[in-house]
Write a protein that binds this ligand. Structure first.
Ligand SMILES: [Zn+2]
Length: 434
């Protein structure tokens, strides 16, 4: 399979099985925007829940917040986004197509061979107006990252949550960037969801905490089932470091279209809090009563994209398996991440079989995510579940009415096992916990 072929297959699977659709498709689509379907929504929820569990629930000194998307515009002056959050763009003089300068390797337009304009800076923030007047005084931005709200509220959160430094604030939420050339399916989108942690530390302890969070994050990716040989840590060279960062590493994944960033882990020094202190005129000092000292904390940031991780999971789990007579497409998601854990089928659409299958489905519903399906041949129903990565299928047949047992079919091996009805739920729960 070549690169484009694999991405095309994943894209068409996403549409066919309800992971991801083009936004506003009936109107011709909205470039760089995507909608998640029923299965995609479950998958996304699993990613966010597993992140939240590892970052917030598993750390006594990390708490959550959920900030507003539109904030005071001065925030983006302090953060440097108004002045610096720009990409150079170039236009083709002939066909008028616009490109990001660093995405074009050719001297002339790849579409029509036309000449380019000189590069011009283009701010990536979406601008909007708040209130009834559309004037400069009412201009605001959709946030291009969730981090700044955390910096602006860090003292309020610290004080109300009875924390002491070192401590962190985590947030999951939508961010918006007006990318000049969205591309690679959902990899570079204009609207996307971030999972960010800002971890506040005393100066001098920053390197230790930076190491801690790098380890923690790379292990998280392995724990949700991503092949470790397709993961790597890449340290930023001095010349690619943002001006405020003391150091930065990317967690990268080897996509069909090459190694790409999933997450950045940066030592941001005291840049952000000092900037907000200067622009707001409010003290951002942390007072350590026990050690009798005060300082502006340093920040270690972990910043991951939900949509990118979801695309990673799809690319990583996608397999075409050659069987005797044909090939089957299977998503080998780990149990933790699989959007639907079980599916229940009556072998035939007979009332007695349907009734029992629905009862089993109702029992499973209470403990996991399950899907009932009675349409089409059982072979086709298995294949549909393989394509969304459901680990276990349960089939009710005529014998079930006699022996009170059902057939459990395993996604990965396609093996089948007869399990008694009385122990089915615990059998499934045991398997899912492995
Ligand atoms: Zn052109």
């Amino acid at each position: 399979m070549n690169i484009n072929e694999k991405m095309e297959k994943i894209t068409s699977l996403c549409k066919r099985r309800g992971f991801i659709f083009q936004s506003s498709e009936i109107y011709g689509g909205m470039n760089g925007c995507w909608d998640y379907g029923p299965v995609g929504t479950e998958l996304k929820k699993n990613i966010k829940n597993l992140w939240w569990k590892d970052i917030v629930q598993m750390h006594d000194n990390v708490v959550g917040m959920d900030a507003s998307i539109i904030m005071h515009p001065r925030i983006w002056e302090a953060s440097g986004h108004v002045a610096n959050f720009k990409d150079d763009m170039i236009d083709c003089k002939k066909c008028k197509k616009r490109y990001r300068a660093d995405h074009v390797q050719t001297e002339t337009c790849p579409e029509c061979g036309g000449e380019f304009t000189p590069p011009r800076p283009f701010n990536l923030m979406f601008k909007t107006y708040v209130g009834a007047l559309e004037d400069a005084a009412s201009a605001a931005y959709l946030r291009p990252e969730t981090a700044q709200a955390i910096f602006a509220q860090y003292l309020t959160v610290l004080n109300c949550s009875r924390q002491r430094i070192p401590f962190g604030i985590a947030q999951i939420g939508k961010s918006f960037r007006n990318e000049i050339t969205p591309r690679n399916f959902t990899f570079r989108s204009r609207e996307f969801e971030q999972m960010e942690l800002e971890f506040f530390v005393a100066p001098g302890t920053d390197e230790k905490w930076n190491e801690y969070w790098i380890d923690r994050r790379i292990n998280w990716y392995k724990n949700i089932g991503i092949h470790s040989e397709r993961l790597r840590i890449r340290e930023h060279e001095k010349d690619e470091l943002a001006h405020y960062a003391k150091s930065c590493v990317d967690v990268e994944y080897e996509f069909p279209f090459g190694w790409q960033e999933l997450e950045g882990i940066a030592n941001r020094s005291d840049f952000d809090l000092s900037q907000h202190q200067q622009y707001s005129g409010k003290k951002m000092l942390y007072k350590d009563d026990l050690e009798k000292k005060e300082f502006v904390p340093w920040v270690i940031e972990t910043s991951a994209g939900v949509d990118r991780i979801l695309l990673t999971l799809l690319a990583d789990a996608y397999e075409e398996e050659q069987l005797e007579k044909n090939t089957r497409v299977v998503l080998r998601f780990s149990h933790k991440i699989a959007p639907i854990k079980t599916a229940v089928f009556p072998l035939f659409k007979k009332p007695a079989l349907k009734e029992l299958a629905k009862k089993i489905n109702d029992d499973l519903k209470k403990v996991t995510t399950t899907f009932y399906d009675e349409i089409g041949s059982v072979g086709k129903r298995y294949r549909r579940q393989d394509e969304i990565g459901t680990p276990y299928c349960v089939t009710v047949d005529y014998e079930s009415l006699e022996d009170n047992a059902v057939t459990v079919r395993f996604r990965d091996s396609m093996k089948q096992e007869r399990i008694s009805l009385g122990s089915l739920v615990s059998f499934i729960l045991d398997k899912l916990a492995q």
